[in-house]
Design a protein around this ligand. Structure first.
Ligand SMILES: NC(=O)c1ccc[n+]([C@@H]2O[C@H](COP(=O)([O-])OP(=O)(O)OC[C@H]3O[C@@H](n4cnc5c(N)ncnc54)[C@H](OP(=O)(O)O)[C@@H]3O)[C@@H](O)[C@H]2O)c1
Length: 257
């Protein structure tokens, strides 16, 4: 039975049209939060919106500063406050020294997987101060170890940058009673592989979920709901002593090979 422990909390979840973000939005809504769904694909946003209680749906391109600003503006206009920011949206795009398009992967990943998070965090900080709120950033275990998939060079490097930025931000927010934590998943069954295929010009990186499962110590891939449960714990009162942590939820991928 739900405890409704997020009753009347206002939560922005980026990338909530799909995968991990969608699962977090649905979980937080079931716990009583007022949800701001953010994504680009209207059909997918609609499918998640019907699983949440009266959400605010914002179509936004996170590469665009004006769109990022609009997310905050529309949230405050509708709900008057912000309690939780989940920086989840992300893409994967391959490139290494000898494979794919390294500079394109750097530029595209930088915009979505790093810059947009920094900007949204900066814009949200004054509001989170008022509510003694919470931030969750979704990173990846690949930010902590070099992946055998060489094409993940920039994806991994920018997740490492996100981990470090998050610790700085957590320190600066802590005197204001705002907590910030990072979740670093291993493989999670979402649309990310399909979406990566759409972005790739080379087909060097195709790997199935079964193959990913074999790269983990537990030989499994998580469902998005597992990450959502973890995010719920981290924003709850039970985690009141946790900030600046990069917490791993990876089926033991870090331990393997
Ligand atoms: N799945 C995994 O195995 C795994 C492992 C470790 C870490 N992660 C991280 O988990 C996070 C979520 O990934 P996922 O697996 O749930 O992927 P996903 O199913 O592909 O979902 C990605 C989400 O990000 C949004 N998004 C992407 N680019 C955007 C842009 N330019 N502007 C606005 N929204 C954008 C997408 O929105 P639209 O589709 O509406 O455009 C979608 O809602 C990412 O940060 C990823 O790096 C995933």
């Amino acid at each position: 039975m739900s405890t409704m422990s997020l009753k009347n909390k206002v939560a922005i979840v980026t990338g909530s049209s799909s995968g991990i973000g969608a699962a977090i939005a649905v979980k937080f809504s079931s716990e009583g939060a007022k949800i701001v769904l953010v994504g680009r694909n209207q059909t997918k946003l609609n499918a998640v919106a019907v699983k949440c209680s009266d959400p605010l749906v914002i179509r936004a391109e996170l590469a665009n500063d004006d769109d990022v600003k609009r997310i905050l503006d529309e949230t405050i206009q509708k709900f008057g406050k912000l309690d939780i920011l989940v920086n989840n949206a992300g893409i994967s795009l391959c490139g290494s020294l000898f494979t794919g398009d390294l500079m394109r992967s750097l530029d595209e990943l930088f915009k979505i997987n790093f810059r947009a998070i920094v900007y949204l965090t900066k814009l949200a900080a004054p509001y989170l101060k008022q509510t003694k709120g919470n931030i969750i950033n979704i990173s990846s275990i690949s930010g902590q170890r070099v992946s055998p998939i060489l094409g993940l060079m920039m994806y991994s490097s920018l997740k490492a940058a996100l981990d470090h930025f998050s610790k700085h931000a957590a320190l600066e927010l802590s005197p204001h009673g705002v907590r910030l934590n990072v979740i670093s998943p291993g493989p999670v069954k979402t649309d990310i592989l399909k979406n990566t295929d759409k972005l790739e010009t080379t087909n060097t990186h195709h790997i199935s979920w079964d193959e990913f499962a074999s790269t983990t110590a537990l030989h499994r891939v998580s469902e998005p709901e597992e990450i959502a449960e973890f995010a719920f714990f981290l924003v709850s009162e039970k985690a009141k002593g946790i900030t600046g942590s990069v917490v791993v939820h990876d089926n033991g991928k870090f331990l393997k090979n």
